[in-house]
Design a protein around this ligand. Structure first.
Ligand SMILES: [Zn+2]
Ligand SMILES: [Zn+2]
Length: 135
């Protein structure tokens, strides 16, 4: 049975799966509005577990302060300094990924980044996971 057949069957049966966030979730594939933008959220079980329930997934979505692109749980991120001319509210932590409030560092997406480096990941626990420096 292909994945999509299984996905269909699971949807019909409304099977509920445990999630790594400690909740339960049904397989999900629908458009949801996040920060005023309609995006498709696709949750599926892998080995009988779904990574995040819809609620946790949505709560962990952040915005890139440079281009406004949405950063999903698990996405690569690039750290950068906040420019003096930027006056977005760093304290609104639920919208942007703050690397360091004190050092005015934020994390953005890799799509608009001018440097070809990934500094870490926005992990599926809603935390910054720094990549180990190999240099
Ligand atoms: Zn959850
Ligand atoms: Zn960006």
């Amino acid at each position: 049975m292909s994945f999509f057949d299984r996905f269909k069957r699971e949807n019909i049966e409304e099977v509920v799966y445990p999630t790594k966030c400690g909740h339960e979730a049904k397989p999900f594939n629908e458009a949801v509005k996040v920060f005023g933008e309609e995006i498709n959220i696709f949750l599926r079980p892998v080995n009988g577990v779904i990574d995040l329930c819809l609620n946790c997934y949505l709560k962990m979505i952040r915005k890139c302060p440079s281009c406004g692109e949405l950063i999903h749980p698990g996405d690569p991120i690039v750290f950068r300094q906040v420019d003096e001319s930027e006056n977005f509210d760093l304290v609104r932590n639920n919208e942007y990924i703050i690397v360091s409030l004190r050092n005015k560092q934020v994390a953005g997406c890799t799509k608009c980044s001018e440097i070809n480096i990934v500094h870490g990941h926005w992990n599926k626990k809603g935390k910054i996971e720094r990549l180990i420096k190999v240099s």
